[in-house]
Design a protein around this ligand. Sequence first.
Ligand SMILES: *Cc1c(COP(=O)(O)O)cnc(C)c1O
Length: 232
Amino acid sequence: MSVSDRYAEVKRRVEEAAARSGRSADEVTLIAVTKTHPASEINEAIDAGATDIGENRVQEVLEKYDDVKPVRWHLIGHLQTNKVRQIIDKVVMIHSVDSLKLAREIDKRASAAGLKMDVLIEINSAMEETKSGIAAGDLRALAEEITAECASVRICGLMCIPPMAAEPEDSRPYFREARELFEEMKGWGLPEDRFAPTVLSMGMSGDFEVAIEEGATIVRVGSSIFGPRNYR
Ligand SMILES: *Cc1c(COP(=O)(O)O)cnc(C)c1O
């Protein structure tokens, strides 16, 4: 199957999962995750209707940026503070904020570029050592610190990556927990210009339908659209 066939197939599955859970398909944004794949394949997905793409690494955004048709870029992988400057005007959202230090750097660079950056806070659902993200219990304190200090950052919600699962259903408890946390955030009453929790980014190729059933507003799907990744 071609990239465009696979994109259409994933899109259809997104719509069906939304319908099954009594949600409108417009409530769920499909991000096509393009890491390791060349600009030509990304453009194929865009031609097939992709509006949003996700990259893990700053370097890959920079390498492909000029060759990819206009589209909304998301930074979904761990971000080092010393790379923020390079992508601040290229991405519409950073999904992986997990420290005040990183938020401060985003704030500084966004302010210098005259823009406001939408971010998600990454939750490390199972507190896996190999993953970034913060503990659920630290979320409120971090959100309060960021909103107090960072005028050019808007916290738009949460991102989570559950542990590698054998079955899609294995992810459900983690997605449910993230959803509950997300609902709690809405009652925190932090300043709306810096804190507007409307986005719940969760679900990948193996489990995006379960994530949609549990309330995801963004799913990040790579291999089901582009095939296996070739890491060099
Ligand atoms: C690679 C990646 C994805 C997509 O994974 P697939 O299993 O290929 O769909 C989603 N989110 C993040 C953060 C990733 O790094």
